[in-house]
Design a protein around this ligand. Sequence first.
Ligand code: SF4
Ligand code: FES
Length: 247
Amino acid sequence: MKLNLKIWRQENAKATGKMVDYQVDHIEPDMSFLEMLDILNDQLIEKGSDTIAFDHDCREGICGMCSLFINGEAHGPDRLVTTCQLHMRKFKDGDTIYIEPFRAKAFPVIKDLVVDRSAFDRIQQSGGFISVNTSGNTIDANTIPIEKHDADRAFDAATCIGCGACVATCKNSSAMLFVSAKVSQFALLPQGKVEATDRVLNMVAQMDQEGFGNCTNTGACEVECPKGISLEYIAQMNREYLSASLK
Ligand code: SF4
Ligand code: FES
């Protein structure tokens, strides 16, 4: 396949960015989207041009780094996949593809397609953990019986990879789906109940402080989430938040 690419180029957070046209050739349908960008970067290196900066790490749908807005959709046209799992068979020879970074006030552009998502790290640090006794008397987690329904829901919440697609997709740049997954994965388990009150209050306060918008129940986040995190977790977090506020 031969493809026309329109790619966002931006030197740094303060620079004015713009879409730049590129052409890339010899793209196989079985290549991943990131492999297609690798080939483009090889071509740019051969020409002595500045390569396109984009984030990636695992290339297996696990780390959440490969956050690209492709033809107006977070992680591109496929569903329940990250950009690294998106294959070029989803495109046709001669297609024009628009590639942009995830856009949100709380995700400033570092360079080109790379954004700074450390706001998510700070939200996690404010409460996305449990404290355990590691003095040698640690109780094995499996000794505490947990209802299967709760275990399954906690596991589903824990599959959030922190990619930020929910934020990039939301018209309000809301991080509610991400934060609700991180709150719920602990709130549903006995080990998470000890710090549940502080957790939800602190994480929501940090989310607001980082400049994310509010949730207006549009549901776009759930559609674009590569891990299928459900809006139900936002309802769960709202319940947790209400009960914590009344204590
Ligand atoms: S909730 Fe989904 S879209 Fe949002 S950060 Fe987690 S995995 Fe990504
Ligand atoms: S590179 Fe890790 S999820 Fe895509």
